[in-house]
Design a protein around this ligand. Sequence first.
Ligand code: UD1
Ligand code: CA
Length: 456
Amino acid sequence: MGAIAALILAAGKGTRMKSDLLKVMHPLGGHPMIEYPVAAAREAGASRIVIVTGHQSDSVRSYFCGSKDIAFAHQAEQLGTGHAVASARQSLAGFSGRILILCGDVPLLKPQTLQKAIACHAGSSAAVTVLTAQQDNPYGYGRIVKDAGGNILRIVEEKEANDAERKIREINSGIYCVESEFLFDAISRLSNNNVQGEYYLTDIVQLAAEEGLPCVAFSVVDPNELMGVNDRIQLAAAAALLRKEVNEALMSDGVTIIDPCNTYIDKGVKIGRDTTIHPNVHINGMTEIGANCTVESSVSIKDCRIGKGVIIRTGSVLANALLHDAVAVGPMAHLRPGTELMKDVRIGNFVETKKAQIGEGSKASHLTYLGDVTIGKGVNIGCGTITCNYDGINKHRTIIEDNVFVGSDVQLIAPVTIGRNALIAAGSTVTKDVPPDSLAIARTPQVNKEGWKLKK
Ligand code: UD1
Ligand code: CA
């Protein structure tokens, strides 16, 4: 089908967002909005991608800095979408194939739809193929004006449209497939003689029509795919549509989602079959969850890897943690980065872990802080245990070997090692290493003063 390049327009500030963050960097489904058109272009076979940046160009450039297939063109002043394309002329010098033009703020377009549009363009003699859709509420979009034969004559912006044109429900998505030779010739002939004083990319359609070059509409069945995100209301609407798509894909693969409207899972999260997700759960980032797990309500999980048969109870917060099979966590546990829980570990309510490796079958069931710690197998951590890892300047590690029993209300002053099979008496403040198989007791002996109350 010949070489394809993609141009992604993202120089606009996104004034209607009323934000300090560039519009196309606003997160949608856990990824900056611009990642979606980039992914669609790649999947549709674009061998090179040029992103046109302007406002806050550094944020976009640094986000994609590792991507070898992406180049950047700078549009210093935002003089319109046509001017944005002109800014990329140098970046595409010598390229003679087809050019896809995508908008950084149209994130829901499916790669398959783009592929079909390219195939349609390739099978026609069109100079320009415009992706269009019938919108019930076309307000704000450019409208497609066609001749009797279905060829596009021109695209009229909302602000320029007369009453009859405003009634047209077929809208311009801002996504096009264009022959490169025609594109850059047409771009050089655009004028900014319009309401906004901008160089409109949409005017290339009229230029083609005037030269007798066919312009074809590729009608997209689901208008939601072409939704533009210009303000926070549209951002929320797009997020809801994406969420529905993500949740439905997971449910189709055998995940039970009790209330999909109130379950927030980022695109790219993987979840195994027969896992149940309760309402108001957030699963973000690069998280992977195995089969047969239960995630109870109001749990937040970010960038975690979770094995099979794990239960995460209500109100727990997990980030950058690795949980092996059959682990139980919560309710209201906090697993922080660097936590690794081996098989059958139990972490109960109000337990916080950080840089904590906890061995198979070990338990910390209540009210405990475990930071900078390595815990062996079969260890019991009593209620109220604290690893005192921070001396005000440095962090120190605690090592607790296999089968240790730590009684309730114990402070372990790191660095300290508790040898295997030792027992720490409740209420102890442990400042010295404890040898294996021994009892450590470090608390003030109790004094009973008999009759003391009677004398008062
Ligand atoms: C544009 C289309 C409109 C279409 C709509 C679809 C034009 C003139 N209008 O309108 O027909 O229905 O998209 O969503 O093309 N941009 C630049 N440089 C600029 C101006 C814009 O890079 O100088 C980028 C923006 O960052 C954005 C995209 O182009 O990603 C579209 O610009 P925007 O201002 O949102 O255009 P719309 O008014 O939505
Ligand atoms: Ca827009």
